[in-house]
Design a protein around this ligand. Sequence first.
Ligand SMILES: NC(=O)c1ccc[n+]([C@@H]2O[C@H](COP(=O)([O-])OP(=O)(O)OC[C@H]3O[C@@H](n4cnc5c(N)ncnc54)[C@H](O)[C@@H]3O)[C@@H](O)[C@H]2O)c1
Length: 309
Amino acid sequence: MKILVTGGAGFIGSHLCEKLIDQGHDVLCVDNYFTGSKDNIVHLLRNPRFEMMRHDITFPLYVEVDRIFNLACPASPIHYQFDPVQTTKTSVHGAINMLGLAKRVKARILQASTSEVYGDPEVHPQTETYWMRDNTIVPRACYDKGKRCAETLLFDYYRQHKLEIKVARIFNTYGPRLLPVDGRGVSNFIVQALCGEDVTIYGEGTQTRSFCYIDDLVEGLMKLMDSGAEITGPVNLGNPVEFTMRELAEMTLKLTGSRSKLVFRPLPQDDPRQRQPDITVARSTLAWAPTVPLGEGLKRTIAYFKSML
Ligand SMILES: NC(=O)c1ccc[n+]([C@@H]2O[C@H](COP(=O)([O-])OP(=O)(O)OC[C@H]3O[C@@H](n4cnc5c(N)ncnc54)[C@H](O)[C@@H]3O)[C@@H](O)[C@H]2O)c1
């Protein structure tokens, strides 16, 4: 198949492009390099099954494809709050453009949504049926409201135009090719530990997160895309094993052998206290569950950052 991956030069997108090529598909990677980089895909450029196009998805795109993975959007708070208007445009105009393309060429489309659509959740773990606690006026709203609107658009195209849609709600994912300084917990801790700097924890570090290794996540996205047309999602994709940020920092110090110290800073506004996916739907409809434990995934990620730094 000819498969379009928007945001294909980013962290998740570049791993997805690789796996799709391994499966024998032709991949068209579209990216404006806002947070992605050529380094992430340089090893694919000579592959005849791979094509790269510099393009901003807030503008229409006319190509012939069978499937679309719509991943383009900055994912870390530093980047999505850098130009919040562009972030909303990427999610909303980007989704409209990709849905228009999917409708024209009758392609199946998968939207990379996020656990952030659950806001600061009152139910724990989060199921897909939870309707979310919402604040429209805070700085992170440009990201999660944009993603929520994109979900709505997908379901409207599904009902109105009978498009084949898939919505994945992705929870914290980590692994090689995360950017070293983008404010995400795993990469921050590893880089600080490897550089011998203080390891910064926001708040007391008791807030919890669940961390999914990139290979597991990519497998989940591919299974969702390949699932029967009746499966639209939303489907939570993430690792349900929960850790506090302090536990993550301590594990990172141990695995890097670093002597860095933990330091505590004030919590940013609206930082969710808990995040843990309920993956019952993914288990039952996709026969998917993560297999890489945090310790193992961290080792692979630390090896990547060591070679990079
Ligand atoms: N990594 C996670 O933990 C996580 C969690 C939840 C959801 N997601 C979602 O998964 C997707 C990929 O995330 P990631 O972690 O790989 O982030 P990333 O920042 O590494 O990748 C995003 C890619 O999109 C590109 N991009 C941004 N705006 C664009 C635009 N207007 N036009 C074309 N390309 C554009 C960037 O250059 C980058 O290559 C995002 O949609 C994100 O919201 C990721």
